[in-house]
Design a protein around this ligand. Structure first.
Ligand SMILES: CC1=C(CCC(=O)O)c2cc3nc(cc4[nH]c(cc5[nH]c(cc1n2)c(C)c5CCC(=O)O)c(CCC(=O)O)c4C)C(CCC(=O)O)=C3C
Ligand SMILES: [Fe+2]
Length: 387
């Protein structure tokens, strides 16, 4: 990477803290047809989006009976985290709360407080830096503390963004290796590495939000920390595949999916479907789709990739395979508990412990910089940051 850690602002000393419980923080999703519109109104709250427009997105959920897979995935992740914490003898119960659906963050905070917990360490199901994937969760936690009247009593810190932690990256490496083989087999016996292209896909965000991602004084390129982090992780995955006994080298690119908002507002491009069309016209015969931006197989993965992008590829005559998300892969679960332990053992951010990171950008900040991942629409109070 040309833009390395050297251009990031310095870290400040923070007070010593140890934790009473882990707070698993996620997006939330509907669990039946009647939940779908209220859920979408929650997601878009404050922006006056008409129900007709929301009904277009609702269609994805309606197709699956109004049920998003995300809540069951979080139930499984919570159970897996609990088991791994127990195995290590760490006495940290795991509470679970969502930004947009039941169980809400405020429910989780009330339950943790009622059980006597005062210092919570949040693990968010989101690996990268941007307003939607980091700061908005920190703001929603601050708002939930306000709402429950617990601001003065309960402290919520957060483990660092883990885009380049080996626990998050590992499952993508093995999954991508397997998927390349699957696609080569599907193309046929004459297929070679030049026939396949790896598409690393992540959520598109408005370009202004991308530029504002990461610490305000960092210079991480035209799409901010969000773009730089994804490119750096993709490079790590491809470098891992290019080494060892069964080394393979194929072309790759970073693409974006699930854009919403006004068509007049620029969002990160190219869209995964456009990229697939472009590859087909260049004579590529197969694509591997890596959902690099996502932690579990939720709606953006099972609809936008498995239904839409896969159909785009098949219609263009391409072989296609989608790599699994980390989900509850033991490597990922172990990695998340390592991240918890990293903060819990020393009780300090940026503490004197091993803080593994696979890209020159990391390890990312334990405590977000002031103004980090700003929302172009304005700032709200946030936990787990400086000022
Ligand atoms: C970066 C990013 C992640 C990854 C990080 C993370 O995982 O947090 C993510 C995840 C998710 N996004 C999700 C769902 C939605 N995102 C929306 C809208 C938006 N996402 C955005 C960005 C992201 N989103 C943005 C800039 C918007 C528009 C503005 C706004 O509304 O903030 C909308 C509104 C309708 C629409 O506009 O399409 C919905 C329904 C679900 C749940 C899926 C399920 O139910 O299984 C998940 C995990
Ligand atoms: Fe989203």
């Amino acid at each position: 990477m040309s833009q390395g850690a050297a251009s990031l602002p310095a870290r400040d000393p923070q007070p010593r803290t140890r934790y009473d419980a882990v707070l698993l923080v996620s997006f939330g999703g509907p669990e039946g047809q009647d939940d779908v519109l209220p859920f979408l109104r929650n997601v878009t709250r404050g922006r006056g989006i008409p129900d007709e427009r929301l009904e277009e997105v609702a269609h994805h959920y309606r197709h699956f009976g109004g049920v998003s897979p995300i809540n069951d995935q979080n139930r499984a992740l919570r159970a897996a985290l609990t088991a791994e914490l127990d195995r290590r003898g760490l006495d940290l119960p795991v509470y679970w709360g969502n930004r947009n659906w039941d169980p809400y963050l405020s429910d989780a905070l009330r339950a943790a407080h009622a059980a006597g917990h005062r210092r919570l360490l949040a693990v968010v199901t989101s690996a990268y830096s941007s307003y939607s994937s980091c700061r908005q969760y920190r703001e929603d936690l601050a708002a939930a503390l306000e709402e429950t009247g617990l601001t003065a009593e309960v402290q919520v810190d957060k483990v660092r963004q883990y885009f380049d932690h080996p626990g998050f990256v590992g499952p993508f490496v093995s999954g991508t290796r397997d998927a390349i083989r699957t696609v080569l087999d599907e193309i046929g016996p004459d297929a070679g590495p030049g026939d396949v292209h790896v598409l690393f896909s992540t959520h598109s965000i408005p370009t202004v939000t991308a530029v504002a991602s990461g610490p305000p004084t960092a210079d991480l390129g035209p799409d901010g920390a969000y773009g730089a982090q994804h490119r750096a992780v993709a490079e790590v995955v491809m470098a891992a595949l290019a080494s060892g006994t069964d080394a393979i080298e194929v072309d790759w690119s970073l693409v974006f999916q699930s854009r919403s908002g006004s068509p007049h507002t620029p969002w990160l491009e190219p869209d995964v479907n456009d990229a697939i069309g472009e590859l087909a016209s260049r004579g590529v015969r197969g694509v591997v789709i890596v959902p690099l931006g996502f932690v579990s197989d939720h709606m953006e993965v099972v609809w936008d990739l498995d239904e839409e992008a896969t159909a785009t590829a098949r219609d263009a005559g391409l072989a296609v395979s989608r790599v699994p998300t980390p989900g509850v892969d033991p490597t990922f679960v172990t990695g998340l508990v390592d991240l918890v332990e990293e903060r819990h053992t020393t009780g300090e951010p940026d503490g004197p412990v091993d803080r593994p990171a696979l890209t020159p950008l990391g390890p990312w900040y334990d405590v977000c910089r002031a103004g980090c991942c700003a929302n172009p629409r304005g700032e709200r109070p946030a936990v787990a940051g400086l000022a």
